[in-house]
Ligand binder design. Structure first.
Ligand SMILES: C[S@@+](CC[C@H](N)C(=O)[O-])C[C@H]1O[C@@H](n2cnc3c(N)ncnc32)[C@H](O)[C@@H]1O
Length: 266
């Protein structure tokens, strides 16, 4: 008897299950508003944006859609090279930062859109290229990829995390806490293949953030990740910080990102 083919893998269902296992809660826009207060497109500038832009071919591109644009780290430099950028984000704080950058830089070819991944994008023009940089931690990844694809006449491009931020697994070990890594770039790659696309995958070099992190900051981050720490746990985190400065969040490489692009064929 012949061995039957294995059943097809439902990557969207597995992604959903993975999110549930990690206890993923989608961030409300207000969580990003708070982050926006600390970041501006200039201050956040690091080697991530250089690496991203170096891989982005804008040759035959007149219009770009930037989904989850934040304060414009990518929208601003892209706008210098193309006719128009439509920059979309659901966080009013992030869009405020973008508007400030637009004014300060005297830019007249970026249109901000206050919309989320799950809103109706009918009013947003389809563009030659659609990008989503570090903005795809959403409950329905497959729907988001399809939406991006449908809004791109020529190509689409995303970045997706390949693994946790530096230091997180070590910290979990140190605290003896359970910790499950979030879904990584394998999910969107497989979903795109299932959509009949040919994803091209590259990896951005690990970028180093230019902000120093002190022991208090590391304790705060540990609490954000793992919940309240008792006195002994806090002491262990402080001792670890003192012992292993190269593993401090902030000083360490943040995360390795996969850069995934594909032709949309429209
Ligand atoms: C890490 S920032 C990335 C900003 C910019 N794309 C970059 O790479 O510098 C993530 C951005 O995605 C936006 N975002 C997250 N979830 C979103 C959603 N469901 N709809 C629209 N924007 C979202 C956030 O407001 C934030 O500005």
């Amino acid at each position: 008897m012949n061995t039957p083919l294995p059943a097809p893998i439902d990557h969207a269902a597995r992604y959903h299950q993975h999110l549930l296992a990690c206890g993923f809660q989608p961030k409300p826009a207000s969580a990003w508003d708070a982050r926006a207060a600390q970041s501006s497109w200039k201050r956040r500038h690091d080697d991530y944006s250089d690496a991203f832009l170096a891989r982005l071919d804008l040759g035959s591109v007149a219009t770009v859609l930037d989904v989850g644009c934040g304060p414009g780290l990518l929208s601003l430099p892209i706008a210098r090279q193309v006719g128009h950028v439509h920059a979309l984000d659901y966080s009013s704080g992030m869009l405020e930062g973008l508007r400030t950058a637009i004014e300060e830089n005297d830019v007249d070819n970026i249109t901000p859109w206050a919309l989320s991944w799950s809103d109706d994008w009918q009013a947003v023009p389809r563009c030659d290229l659609a990008i989503a940089s570090r903005s795809l931690m959403v409950p329905d990844l497959e729907a988001a990829l399809r939406k991006l694809d449908a809004h791109a006449r020529q190509r689409a491009c995303i970045t997706f995390a390949t693994g946790p931020r530096a230091g997180v697994p070590e910290l979990a070990d140190l605290l003896g806490r359970d910790w499950l890594p979030m879904p990584d770039h394998r999910y969107p790659i497989n979903m795109l293949l299932d959509m009949g696309r040919d994803p091209q995958v590259d990896y951005l070099p690990e970028s180093v953030r230019d902000v120093a992190q002190d022991a208090d900051g590391l304790v705060r981050q540990a609490v954000e990740l793992f919940g309240a720490l008792d006195a002994d746990e806090e002491a262990r985190v402080r001792a670890w910080h003192a012992r292993s400065p190269q593993h401090r969040f902030g000083m360490a490489p943040t995360r390795r990102w996969a850069f995934i692009q594909w032709a949309t064929g429209r």
